[in-house]
Design a binder for this molecule. Structure first.
Ligand code: NAD
Length: 292
């Protein structure tokens, strides 16, 4: 068994605590056993385990794995600390807020022989899985992905990083992309922002990614994808699954810890993640390095 600690008890951290306390039976998730949690607040026991300090989490011999579920600005430092302390890490996306720091951390994990896993539950949703099936084998002509949502909380980074799950969809569906232009409209007083990024596929087909956030904007993803043989303008409704998204991710992480994921699969995943972070970096640069 690998003793685990959860750092940051927000929305994601609480789901991690719940799933670690009751892993999917007969799955690789059972390899992980919850030993404690770290929070900035002082909290009572959660899921029958107690709050510990960061120093304890880093030094305790019975803790082998850390789940980093804090705001994005904090990920890089926490990952580095746990890797330096010889612990495996599962971090909620995005791993970091720069491409170079992610490369650095991945190299550190490799040197130490540790698993560094970045969660991507957006690739596990039934609707996404169905969309991927519907698109398979079709030739893209042009497309748009427009996300809207409420104002972003502080410390989640530039929109190309905080919205990396949308970018990951585009890369997972259409392969490596090039950024040609990015613009950012920001009205701080109205808590409104809109990032528009223009991308090209390797076949030089245009894709537009829009992240728009502001008060009263519903959490919605709109797609408009044109193929040689037709158009998809609504997300398909996939078949609901009995296993939750974070649990599916925990099973994948558990399989990595057991050495059950092939080197080719790990390499493909690493390339995709780093490519997305590199694109996100480029978008931030092209928009003048502004901080949304
Ligand atoms: P959240 O704001 O609800 O939770 C963040 C928590 O981290 C807060 O409770 C905060 O107090 C705590 N925290 C911050 N710094 C800390 C520190 N140094 N030590 C201990 N605790 C600290 O945010 P969230 O929605 O749970 O998102 C957390 C991470 O999960 C983000 O990286 C986000 O991108 C990712 N994520 C979230 C979801 C989701 O459904 N909410 C899905 C996928 C990925």
């Amino acid at each position: 068994m690998l003793g685990s600690v959860v750092v940051g008890l927000g929305i994601a951290g609480c789901v991690r605590m719940r799933d670690l306390a009751a892993p999917l039976p007969s799955s690789a998730a059972e390899k992980l056993s919850l030993r404690g949690f770290v929070s900035r607040r002082t909290l009572e026991d959660q899921q029958s385990v107690e709050q510990i300090t960061m120093a304890e989490a880093l030094s305790r011999a019975d803790i082998h794995v850390a789940f980093i579920c804090t705001e994005n600005t904090n990920h890089e430092e926490s990952i580095r600390q746990f890797l330096e302390a010889g612990k495996h890490v599962c971090v909620e996306y995005p791993m970091t807020l720069s491409y170079t720091s992610a490369v650095d951390l991945w190299n550190l994990a490799q040197q130490k022989g540790l698993v560094l896993h970045e969660e991507h539950i957006e690739l596990l949703t039934p609707d996404y899985k169905q969309l991927k099936k519907d698109i398979c084998g079709r030739t893209l002509e042009k497309g748009t992905l427009h996300f809207t949502g409420g104002p972003l909380k502080p410390n989640f980074g530039f929109p190309s990083f905080s919205g990396i799950s949308r970018l990951t969809w585009l890369v997972d569906l259409f392969g490596e992309l090039t950024v040609t232009a990015t613009s950012l409209v920001e009205e701080k007083e109205n808590k409104y922002m809109k990032m528009t990024a223009h991308l090209l596929t390797q076949q030089h087909k245009p894709l537009t990614w829009i992240e728009e956030r502001g008060p009263g904007l519903g959490r919605v993803k709109r797609i408009d994808l044109h193929f040689q043989d037709g158009t998809i303008s609504e997300l398909p409704a996939g078949q609901r699954e009995p296993v939750g998204l974070f649990m599916q991710d925990q099973v994948l992480f558990g399989r990595k810890l057991q050495g059950d994921v092939s080197a080719a699969e790990l390499q493909a995943e690493r390339s995709r993640i780093l490519h997305c972070l590199e694109l996100a970096d480029r978008m931030q640069q092209l928009s003048g390095g502004a901080q949304a």
